[in-house]
Ligand binder design. Structure first.
Ligand code: HPA
Ligand code: ZN
Length: 331
């Protein structure tokens, strides 16, 4: 089964590029950029990756991102991720970046986007991996700051496909970002939102009904609401689920308790993703493998999850069909 997981073509739809910063890269960039890290060794960093909840992770994740200063840092970060997903047979990736984590430290918006874009262009040229960029607003900051960031992004509209909402969920409900999501859609961006990771299922409803998002990131708390489950099934609004992330951030106590398979069998469009793989212990294939080990996924489950990853993507129908055919022709 591991061989099947490895070779099946797949798309990744929930990946924060800052969350691919491996401890070794963090040290290398800290040294190059003369940044003091609160850790003495790579091992000490790894030991710090014990999280109680989303916030305890975010505190460490935002500190890690401070080693990213120059365009080449963002380029190298993104390229390392591309090398990893090439090995995992990812054919298409829709990556998040958090501009505010960088602009708030005095890094120019263009430094960040230029570095990421350069690596993604090379990914297409060298490996045929296609990609889209989704810019996230940090929910713990104000809507005014999100609007300011949206304005900074407008000159790069051709490179940025959509906007998303991430960071602290509880206490930062979707309605806080209604105006900026409307402005983004008026400017031709699609919208997605993290919702129902730790927060209540009502945040999933509100992201759909108030913000008109195209996809929910995480969304696992939908299980608390029968009506919502039926709605997600009928509308085919996808959930980009991140199993190892959910385990590390204690959304589920054990992988055996994860609800992704139940949701898949109910007919919801769920997908498997790695979220912040350098922090949560594995890239996309590892997420599939851990699910297979704990939930006894069958080949049919795996191929359906891989098909869902393309179906839930923003690729064209022709491209989606090409990948469905490739998946069907695998042994
Ligand atoms: N949730 C919210 N914000 C995030 C996450 C997440 O899983 N990863 C990076 N930023
Ligand atoms: Zn996320």
């Amino acid at each position: 089964m591991i061989h099947y997981i490895n070779k099946i073509p797949k798309a990744e739809l929930h990946l924060h590029i800052e969350g691919t910063l491996e401890p070794e890269t963090m040290f290398r960039l800290a040294k190059r950029n003369n940044i003091d890290l609160p850790y003495l060794s790579v091992d000490e960093v790894k030991r710090a990756y014990e999280f109680d909840n989303l916030q305890s992770f975010l505190d460490i994740y935002y500190k890690g991102a401070q080693v990213l200063i120059n365009e080449i840092d963002f380029y190298e970060l993104t390229w390392e991720y591309i090398e990893k997903i090439h090995r995992d047979n990812v054919k298409h990736t829709e990556i998040f970046f958090d501009p505010q984590s960088h602009t708030n430290r005095g890094i120019a918006f263009e430094t960040v986007i230029n570095g990421i874009k350069k690596a993604l262009t090379e990914a297409k040229d060298k490996y045929g991996i296609s990609s889209l960029i989704i810019m996230c607003f940090l929910k713990h900051l104000s809507e005014e700051e999100a609007i300011e960031t949206l304005k900074q992004a407008l000159p790069y509209k051709k490179w940025i496909y959509g906007v998303g909402l991430d960071s602290s969920e509880i206490g930062n409900p979707p309605e806080k970002f209604k105006r900026v999501c409307d402005m983004a859609m008026d400017n031709g961006f699609i919208t997605v939102a993290h919702a129902g990771e730790e927060g209540p299922s009502q945040y999933i409803w509100d992201s759909i009904k108030l913000l008109h998002i195209s996809r929910i990131d995480h969304g696992v708390r939908c299980s608390d609401d029968e009506v919502l489950l039926e709605y997600l099934k009928r509308s085919r609004i996808p959930l980009t689920v991140c199993p190892l992330s959910n385990l590390k951030l204690r959304v589920f106590d054990k992988m055996k308790d994860h609800n992704i398979l139940e949701l898949l069998h109910m007919g919801l469009c769920v997908t498997v993703n790695s979220d912040d793989p350098a922090y949560f212990g594995g890239y996309i294939n590892q997420n599939f493998i851990e699910l297979w080990k704990s939930l006894d996924l069958t080949k049919k489950d795996i191929s359906q999850l891989a098909k869902n990853s393309f179906s839930a993507s923003f690729l064209s129908l022709d491209e989606k069909q090409k990948y469905y055919n490739e998946i069907d022709s695998l042994e």
